[in-house]
Design a protein around this ligand. Structure first.
Ligand code: ZN
Length: 434
């Protein structure tokens, strides 16, 4: 029997708002003295009344819009009931039937721009944190009530690479939006995947799924998924039936382990939160939030490509270096100069960008015209660098494409930084692939 993986992804991301989701405690809790960022609301004391954080709702909405979701006009909070010591109220305020954002999508580069459907993006509160010390367990409620956005995809991923690309893109998006630091080591961003295997000739989804939890790096997620796909394949091939269960991942042992089987599945008894009014955003609110949404990394670099004719590489580097705004200023100031030359000068640090954009283009104007390395000289420089770096060239031919950066650097040095990087790259690749 042939199987193909069916994978869905759930990502929790903590928002970087000033205050918590339902009280005015500071949400900047990381590394702070335990239980110093608390009040009756986030400690779940009887009688305390929550109120919703507008900044958090708007950030959740921005994430939803960036993922092409529809914004619900009649969204509300619900209580998710379960008992665990890190949850002082005995329930978590979350969303279930009417999430704030529904039905979006995100295009991958892999699979020829494959679309991954987004089921929902909703907002909820984080729990406290447990620390196990010898025979004791300590609780820190500083994290209790910090705004958390949950994003759930449809089970559209067919392999691990697609999942990793999606998760990294999502991280970039929430950072671009200024909605979260999305630092996985600090636990700002947490991944959960559900995995099952479908018989290749069947269309319908498998009747079981395994949830993988406790994954705190992209690399661990890759390991966990690869392991889990193999584990399930072996069991199915032996005719062992699989059931819904939750498994954790041990990076140390490089294996997944059972956390919860279907027998102890929760019934969360969701019901509407009576203490918080329904959330209502009208069209003009949504337009206002759209207008103040920062440009995303991917759309910004795409725009630089099309507007100024930059290569995708150069455009991405400008955005990554935080120099896109500087570049656009310089283009405005440097009338008559080729935007590509300006971009290259910035990316290759051919001149100090401590100068104002106007001074920068002034200097650039002095230098170009006179000094751009001629094609003949450039070719000689490329050939000389290839000749003197046999090992790097060998590595490239064995598939290690990252050495290109190094070779380009050597050529720039050889030409004293006067060559145009696009041309260097073009000639270098031509010669290497000869
Ligand atoms: Zn509080």
């Amino acid at each position: 029997m042939q199987y193909t993986p069916v994978i869905g992804l759930e990502i929790h991301v903590e928002l970087n708002t000033k205050t918590k989701m339902f009280c005015s405690c500071s949400a900047d809790y990381f590394g702070k003295e335990p239980n110093t960022h608390t009040c009756p609301v986030c400690l779940g004391l009887p009688g305390a009344l929550p109120f919703a954080n507008k900044e958090a709702l708007e950030k959740c909405l921005m994430i939803g819009l960036a993922l092409n979701c529809k914004i619900s006009k009649d969204s509300y909070f619900e209580r998710k009931n379960y008992f665990y010591p890190d949850l002082p109220k005995g329930y978590q305020i979350s969303q279930y039937r009417k999430p704030l954002c529904i039905g979006g999508s995100l295009a991958l580069h892999l699979g020829g721009g494959k679309l991954i459907r987004i089921n929902r993006v909703h907002i909820e509160e984080d729990t406290g944190k447990l620390f196990h010390k010898k025979s004791k367990t300590l609780i820190d409620f500083n994290r209790s009530g910090v705004p958390l956005v949950e994003m759930v995809t449809e089970p559209d991923f067919k392999n691990v690479d697609e999942v990793v690309e999606f998760a990294k893109t999502f991280q970039q998006i929430v950072r671009d939006l200024g909605a979260s630091n999305a630092d996985m080591e600090r636990g700002d961003l947490r991944l959960e995947a559900n995995v099952s295997l479908r018989e290749i000739q069947k269309d319908n989804l498998p009747d079981y799924r395994i949830e993988l939890k406790n994954i705190n790096s992209f690399r661990f997620m890759q390991h966990a998924l690869e392991y889990e796909i193999e584990r399930q394949r072996k069991l199915l091939e032996q005719g062992v039936p699989l059931y819904k269960e939750t498994r954790g991942w041990s990076e140390e042992k490089k294996e997944s382990y059972l956390q919860r089987s279907k027998e102890d599945a929760h019934d969360y008894r969701y019901f509407p939160e009576p203490d918080i009014p329904a959330i209502s955003f009208n069209d003009s609110d949504i337009e206002r939030i759209k207008a103040k949404t920062p440009e995303l990394f991917s759309s910004k670099s795409k725009r630089l490509e099309t507007e100024y004719g930059l290569t995708s590489e150069t455009a991405k580097t400008l955005v990554k270096q935080g120099m896109a705004g500087y570049f656009e200023e310089a283009v405005k100031e440097g009338e008559g100069l080729d935007p590509k030359a300006i971009a290259n000068a910035i990316v290759n640090k051919r001149q100090s960008t401590e100068l104002s954009p106007g001074e920068f283009t002034g200097k650039l104007r002095e230098v170009t015209g006179k000094q751009e390395t001629s094609m003949g000289d450039l070719e000689i420089a490329v050939l000389s660098v290839i000749k003197h770096n046999e090992k790097a060239v060998g590595d490239y031919k064995n598939g290690k494409e990252s050495v290109i950066q190094f070779l380009v650097g050597e050529i720039m040095r050889e030409t004293k930084g006067k060559a145009v990087i696009d041309k260097v790259l073009k000639i270098l690749l031509e010669k290497l692939n000869d």
